[in-house]
Design a protein around this ligand. Structure first.
Ligand SMILES: O=P(O)(O)OP(=O)(O)OP(=O)(O)OC[C@H]1O[C@@H](n2cnc3c(O)ncnc32)[C@H](O)[C@@H]1O
Ligand SMILES: [Mg+2]
Length: 264
């Protein structure tokens, strides 16, 4: 069974505050400055993004930005937060340069994405970094999951997914059933404009099939047979996947974190 990465013991569940923009990786976060905040304008009071004060009605849903370019994640998180009954309006990341995912761990990458989005928008931000850890590949592709085949982000998402899947299947061609274990892993971060940060984790264990099946989900879903299932995660309904998935579990915890950090 794939073990959770070492980072979990250190970061999971930690909450710490630090001045916005002072975190690791700040130098790599693109060219936008605090003055370019857009989405947060109705959220902010007199100060800049670092001094955000809600000016909306207490009853209006609080706006939270999802720091992701993956539309499937936006749909998933909206669904999960709705099930959790959280009164937030989840908005997409505005157009702009992609922040490089240079972290060594899922948690670092999630924080890099969420910090950048909070700084740019002046809104509380959530982000996740997730991937597939394959036992027979020593836990890889891991944080390199999105670009495992070497196709660059310029390539279409479907093209990259297909190339990644083909490469993993080829790498595991001679690996017998009992050593085809894998896990989807997710670190999800919330960062507020005043610098509060928290990271939570989720994982889904299973094994890899030899022939892709199903057209739901995205990424490696057609290859992944979750433990206790006879359908791949691409053959599960969205609600079925949410109930057991790495992101469903992490984002389910994030609902509680948002409630606490945003006092909603
Ligand atoms: O960074 P953002 O913009 O959020 O979107 P992304 O798709 O690049 O997302 P990640 O950086 O978290 O990379 C995750 C990769 O791991 C794989 N992956 C993660 N979660 C998955 C899931 O639920 N099902 C299938 N593959 C998944 C898939 O290949 C993703 O491209
Ligand atoms: Mg990414």
């Amino acid at each position: 069974m794939t073990r959770p990465p070492d980072e979990w013991a250190v970061v999971s569940g930690s909450t710490h505050r630090e001045p916005a923009g002072s975190g690791p990786g700040e130098g790599e976060l693109g060219e936008r400055g605090p003055g370019e905040s857009r989405l947060g304008e109705s959220y902010l009071g007199e100060g800049g993004p670092g001094e955000g004060r809600p000016v909306e009605s207490r009853d209006a849903p609080r706006r939270v930005v999802l720091a992701s370019r993956n539309d499937a994640k936006l749909v998933e998180l909206r669904r999960i937060l709705a099930v959790a009954g959280l009164a937030v309006e989840l908005v997409a990341l505005p157009d702009g340069p992609d922040v490089p995912e240079t972290g060594a761990t899922f948690a670092e990458n999630a924080l890099i994405k969420a910090r950048d989005a909070a700084r740019v928008t002046g809104l509380p931000a959530v982000a996740d970094d997730s991937g597939l850890a394959v036992d027979a590949l020593g836990g890889m592709p891991g944080v390199l999951s999105a670009r495992w085949s070497g196709l660059l982000p310029g390539a279409g998402r479907a093209e990259r997914d297909a190339a990644n899947n083909a490469l993993v299947l080829a790498q595991l061609a001679d690996v017998p059933e009992e050593r085809r274990g894998a896990a989807f892993v997710c670190a999800a971060a919330v960062v507020t404009p005043d610098g509060a940060e928290q990271v939570v984790h989720g994982q889904m264990c299973g094994r890899l099939v030899r022939v892709p099946r199903g057209d739901g989900g995205f990424g490696y879903d057609p290859l992944f047979l979750p433990d206790g299932q006879n359908r791949t995660s691409a053959e599960l309904s969205p609600a079925e996947k949410d109930a057991i998935s790495h992101r469903g579990r992490a984002f389910g915890q994030l609902a509680g974190v948002l409630r606490e950090l945003l006092a909603i």
